[in-house]
Design a protein around this ligand. Structure first.
Ligand code: F0G
Length: 451
């Protein structure tokens, strides 16, 4: 089957280049590092489509079509992605995620307009699917039988699903005891070979990098530049949902920093292409106990990565040595965004507040609201500026965290234990009663009397 776009031309439209030395790579090494200097690679587009209004019409029209690739919120934007022939595309109709108003959270953080793009509404319930559909398709195109990733749980769930759909085998390396059961259960059900290593996420990455140099296994972590290309579409779709009127601020969680790099890359490319006429500021928020990027920017002026051993109950972002820090730094600087760190208590409370707006998310996603509150305090975000939070994972990804928070034992035995009285107003502990109508009515009436 012919490639699905640029059908009339063999001309290269994108090129892999090293982000540091600029060397062009015809083919990528198994670890997706530049063979000259060892830094990361990214796609540069040498030929863009030329008619922005026509593109906007085309993308909008595709939403009404029945072809799987047109129904995908990633492949629908294929004019801004490298070429992968259609017969290799593996899609679960990812993307197409809702943009919600968060009225209560807006009030709490004192901004007039607050919205959340909920990437947890993807097929495997996290933002990873948008990058995975594209990178797994690239593995398929190259004829790999095995794909692999190191993960804090969401990448592995997503990879396992897409590998299964594409008839490939998947190998998951996860840190033992440091990922949520929900995420682990996904990779098991989707059929991955799942190895729980007695180390942390960064230790899993080190082993995986050695493995792909020795075995014909395709690396699906976000150092794979196809992942970044697919994840770009979240920002394109967001602009479409806002009728191409960019918000003042977009706020994302920062872990391995692939997502912020991808969203930033999309913003810069859309700006270059004149799809949008100004750049939103892209801000990146980390957990205080897993803040290597925050420290790199604040303490070292972005000159060198300050890696660390990471600790946070937001296990998705428990990462001490983020691979894409240079890419993230570039988009932070070019969009004029800020970097912030937030505490465990701030994360837990913000998560409950997003839940109370009827939306919900997993702990790592809630750093965005916690970060917004800090950015309002420092006046980096003004009250009348529009803000979009990127919620990266679904509430049901980590029910243990949620239940512990509402029962009041999330911080038991930690230094935050004495602080949790502040959280009491947000806690909704389940009430155990006899199966008796009178008891239920008494509980209802007591709840009504509460302020
Ligand atoms: N939010 C969630 C829910 C995540 O799962 C992750 C990363 C992030 C935010 C941070 O995104 O790494 O692109 O900066 N999860 C990875 C994983 C590391 O293995 O699932 P990032």
């Amino acid at each position: 089957m012919a490639p699905f776009r640029r059908e009339n031309s063999d001309e290269a439209i994108s090129q892999l280049r090293c982000i540091s030395c600029g060397a062009a790579c015809a083919t990528a090494a198994p670890d997706f590092r530049c063979t000259t200097c060892g830094d990361l690679l990214e796609f540069n587009f040498v030929k863009w489509p030329e008619d922005p209004p026509a593109l906007k019409r085309l993308w909008s029209q595709r939403k009404t079509l029945l072809k799987p690739l047109d129904q995908s919120g990633v492949w629908r934007f294929r004019e801004l992605l490298p070429q992968i022939p259609e017969e290799h595309a593996i899609t679960l109709r990812e993307g197409n995620t809702p943009l919600y108003d968060l009225p209560r959270c807006a009030k709490i953080s004192s901004v007039d307009t607050l919205q959340a793009k909920h990437q947890g509404m993807n097929p495997t319930a996290s933002f990873k699917d948008t990058g995975m559909t594209f990178a797994a398709s690239s593995a398929h195109q190259q004829g790999f039988r095995w794909v692999a990733c190191a993960s804090t749980g969401n990448t592995s769930a997503s990879m396992a699903a897409y590998a299964a759909r594409g008839n490939m085998q998947s190998l998951v390396l996860i840190p033992e005891g440091k990922i949520s059961w929900g995420k682990l259960s996904q990779s098991l059900d989707y059929g991955a070979l799942t190895c729980q290593l007695r180390t942390d996420f960064d230790g899993c990455v080190r082993i995986l990098n050695e493995l792909v140099r020795q075995k014909p296994v395709y690396l699906l972590n976000s150092v794979n530049p196809y992942r970044i290309e697919g994840q770009k579409t979240a920002a394109i779709e967001l602009m479409e949902q806002l009728e191409w009127e960019p918000p003042h601020h977009i706020i994302v969680p920062g872990g391995n920093l692939g997502n912020s790099s991808a969203i930033g890359k999309a913003l810069l490319e859309m700006h270059d292409l004149k799809l949008i006429d100004r750049l939103p500021k892209l801000s990146i928020i980390q957990a205080q106990g897993a803040n290597p990027f925050y420290r790199t920017v604040k303490e070292f002026g972005g000159k060198k990565l300050e890696s660390m051993t990471a600790h946070t109950q937001a296990t998705a972002i428990q990462i001490g040595n983020p691979a894409s820090w240079k890419k993230a730094l570039r988009v932070l600087n070019e969009t004029g965004g800020a970097v912030e760190e937030v505490s465990e208590v701030e994360i837990a409370e913000s998560k409950a507040e997003i839940g109370a707006d009827g939306i919900g998310c997993e702990p790592a996603s809630a750093v965005t609201l916690a970060g917004l509150k800090k950015l309002r305090k420092s006046r980096f975000v003004k009250q009348n500026e529009s803000v979009v939070l990127i919620l990266t994972g679904h509430l049901l990804k980590d029910p243990d965290f949620t239940i512990k928070f509402h029962r009041g034992d999330l911080f038991a035995g930690t230094p935050d234990e004495q602080l949790t009285s502040q959280s009491a107003r947000l806690q909704r502990c389940p009430v155990v009663l006899d199966a008796n109508l009178g008891a239920v009515i008494a509980t209802l009436e007591a709840a009504e009397r509460k302020p």
